[in-house]
Design a protein around this ligand. Sequence first.
Ligand code: NDP
Length: 453
Amino acid sequence: MKLKSVNPYTEEVNWTYDSFSFEECEAYIKKSRAAFSMWSSLSVDERTKYLARVAEVLRKNSDIYAEIITKEMGKPIKQSRAEVQKCAFICDYYIKNATEFLKDEFVDTGAEKSYVTFEPLGIILGIMPWNFPFWQVFKFAIPTICAGNVCVLKHASNVPRSALEVERVFLEAGFPENVFKTLLIDPKITMEIIKKDMVDGVSLTGSVSAGSEIGELAGKAIKPFVLELGGSDPFIVLEDADIERAAQAAAKSRFLNTGQGCIAAKRFIVLENVIEDFMKAFELEINKLKIGDPMDEETDIGPVAKEEFVGSLEKIVQDAKKKGAEPRACGKECEKGFFFRPTLIPAASADMEVCNIEVFGPIAPVITVKDEDEAVKIANSTEFGLGAEVWSGNLERAEKLAKRIRSGFVAINGMVRSDPRLPFGGIKKSGIGRELSHYGLKEFVNIKAVVVN
Ligand code: NDP
C-alpha cells in the first residue's frame, strides 16, 4: 500500500511512501524490544541528556520542519514554526523536571523502609493525528521516553513525511536506534500489533470512534491506554467580561490551525445583555483574518487538511440553516485548495449539529443565553468534556462557574492551550488519562511499592 502526502493548498502530491508490511513491523518491534532493554537501564539524568540534543535539533531545523508540516496539512507557516518551537520547549521542561518527578517516594508504614518507585513498562505505541503533526507526537513521546520506555509511532496516513522526519530528529540528536521508531502503517496492521500483544501500552489522539476501537482492543489485551479525543469546548462570555479581549481570544481560539484543534473553542455561549457587542467585536476580529497560501507569512487561515473535510463542514452549515440559522461566511473565496471560509453562525441552537458534534474546521456558532445557569447547562450539554473558557470581570464568580463545568481544563479570561507544565486530557467522550506534567509522565510506568521489613 502507498501512503500519499497531498498538499491541501496546491492539491498536488508532495511525496508517496510504501507502507510497511506486518512482517516488517514485527522485525522493527523486535529491535525496539532490544532497545528497551538498554534504554530502561539508563538513569533519568542520562536519558534527559539526549533530550537536550533533541531540543537543539528542533530549534536548528525549525524552518525545514515547519515547511514540511505546512505542505502536508496546510497549517499557516508561522503557526507551523511555533509548533516546532513548542516541541523544543517540552524537552526543556522534562530535562528540568523529570528526575524530580520520577524519584522514589518514601512512605512511613512502620516497616524498616517503604517506598514507591516508577519503572518503565516497555514499548508504547503512539497513534497520532495530523492536526499538529509534530507537537502531538512530541507531547506523547518525550515523557514516555523520559520514563524509560521506547516508542513506536503510527502517524496519520496523510502526514507520512512528518512521521519520518520526527524519527530523524531523534536519530540526528544521537538517540540510540529504535528508542523512537516510525512505522508507516494503516489502521488494520496497527490493530494487529495491539491484538498480538506486541506492545505494552497505547496512546491515541484522534476521533472518538478511533479511540473507542483502540480502547476496546487495548482493554482486551489488558494494556494500559491513554485516549485524547475530541472536544466541543464552550467559550462562555458573562455580562461583566472585557468584550474586546474576549472577542480577540474567541477568534484566536476558534480559528487557530484553521479550526482543526481538539481544544479550540467550538461553541460561543454569550449572555443576552452583551450579545450585540460581542457579535460586533467577534465579526470584526474574524474579518481581520487573512485567508490564503499557507506558505505566506501573513496567512492566518489556510486550507483544511483533507479534501473530504470541505464537504462535511458544508453539511454542518446546511444543517444549521435548515434549523433556522443564518450563517455568515467571512473573508475571501480561494480558487484552489481545500478551503472553507470562516463561518459565523449567530443565534445557534442546541438542536443543531454544530452545537453537538466535534466541528473540526472554521465554523463558530454563537448561542445566546439569559443567565449564568443556562450558560452552564448548555456548556455541559454535549458528550465531550475537554476544555472550556470563561470570560468575566469578576474572578471569584468565574472560578465558581469553572467548578460547575465538566471538563479537564478551564481557562478564565484566556484560551485553553496545552502546556507541558499542566495536565492535559478530558472526561466523558473526550478521553481517558492525562498527558503532560508529572501526571502524563506516570501514565506508562509501573508504580511499584517496595517494603523492607
Ligand atoms: P482519526 O481519529 O480517524 O485519526 C487519528 C489517528 O488514528 C490516525 O493516525 C488514524 O490513522 C488512526 N486511526 C483511526 N482509526 C484507527 C483504528 N481503528 N486503528 C488504528 N488507528 C486508527 O481522525 P481523522 O483524521 O479521520 O479525522 C476525523 C475527525 O476526528 C476530525 O474531523 C476530528 O473531529 C477528529 N480528530 C480529532 C483530533 C484531536 O486532536 N482530538 C485529531 C484528529 C481528528 P489513519 O490516518 O491511517 O486513518
